[in-house]
Write a protein of this length. Structure first.
Length: 304
């Protein structure tokens, strides 16, 4: 059972916006609208955008706000059915077989019916997501689907079409009530149209300066107001540069937290240089800022 008291689904876009806001997620109305429709229509929500813009956080806030279990399937190259859907507890099955033989049971069909039962089925995230708890269907987060192989993506079609999984030894396991599905992708590769058609789509972009400032106010409330404004302005200007990886909202929060921990009330050249590894994750991008680009951006921030 969820640690948070279960609550009903939001009945309007405004209620959806309130649910996100209460969970500390500063969302625009477009996101609240597509999320409300996804919940109402029982359709998976497909969230696409750059890494670090807050796609995964939406599922977490939704689970906490609704008081539902959050089941997360973290995708990666080579993800297969045994890791994502189910596998059999082979060790326990072998013990059962040895015990049956010791008891004089040699009938093959009887033995198979015993070892291939749900008692020995290990449920992985996909199968777990098909089982509702006393607080209702879970939130099923399929995170970074673009990292998984196309073969696994194709396997998900059955799950997202009929919310069921076929287990050869047991038959078809179907959800009594569909889970709330959130799929995220960083667009490192294109996801097939067949899967996208089953979802409602939303592009999660970097927030504008005002919304990012609101996010900092919630996530780093002890940050100096001047520092927070300068951090947001600096990051917004960095995203205009042709960097290998522009900083996301997660990096903005980390940077403001780090600068606050260092006792900074405003940005200065030393603070920027000393903490670039918090904001940027690639040496080429850091080197570019150290070669003068950072000083120019800092001057613009100070002048604004």
């Amino acid at each position: 059972m969820s640690e948070t008291t279960a609550r009903g689904l939001p009945q309007s876009i405004d209620e959806t916006l309130t649910l996100l806001t209460e969970g500390g997620y500063v969302a625009d109305r477009a996101l609240a609208t597509v999320l409300f429709l996804s919940l109402t229509m029982q359709r998976p929500l497909f969230l696409e955008g750059e890494a670090g813009v807050g796609k995964t956080e939406i599922a977490k806030v939704l689970a906490a706000g609704l008081g539902r279990r959050l089941i997360r399937l973290q995708c990666y190259e080579g993800l297969d059915v045994s890791s994502a859907v189910y596998e059999w507890n082979y060790a326990a099955q072998m013990i059962e077989i040895r015990m049956a033989e010791a008891a004089g049971i040699h009938d093959r069909s009887e033995m198979e019916s015993g070892v291939f039962s749900e008692k020995y089925l290990i449920r992985r995230p996909v199968l777990e997501a098909l089982e509702s708890g006393i607080d209702g269907p879970p939130i099923f987060l399929i995170d970074e689907l673009d990292r998984a192989d196309e073969a696994f993506e194709a396997y998900l079609l059955e799950v997202l079409s009929d919310y069921q999984v076929s287990v050869p030894e047991l038959g078809t396991i179907k959800a009594d009530e569909p889970p709330i599905v959130v799929i995220t992708t960083n667009r490192t590769r294109e996801i097939h149209d067949a899967l996208k058609r089953r979802c409602l789509y939303h592009w999660v972009d970097y927030p504008d300066a005002q919304r990012e400032l609101e996010i900092l106010a919630r996530k780093v409330p002890n940050a100096n107001a001047t520092l927070a404004k300068q951090v947001v302005t600096f990051v917004q200007k960095l995203r205009e540069l042709d960097l290998f990886k522009a900083p996301g909202v997660a990096e903005t929060i980390d940077w403001a937290t780090a600068l606050t921990a260092l006792g900074k009330d405003s940005l200065d050249a030393d603070a920027v240089s000393d903490t670039m590894g918090v904001l940027l994750k690639y040496q080429d991008d850091i080197a570019r800022l150290e070669d003068g680009e950072g000083a120019r951006v800092l001057e613009e921030v100070k002048a604004s």
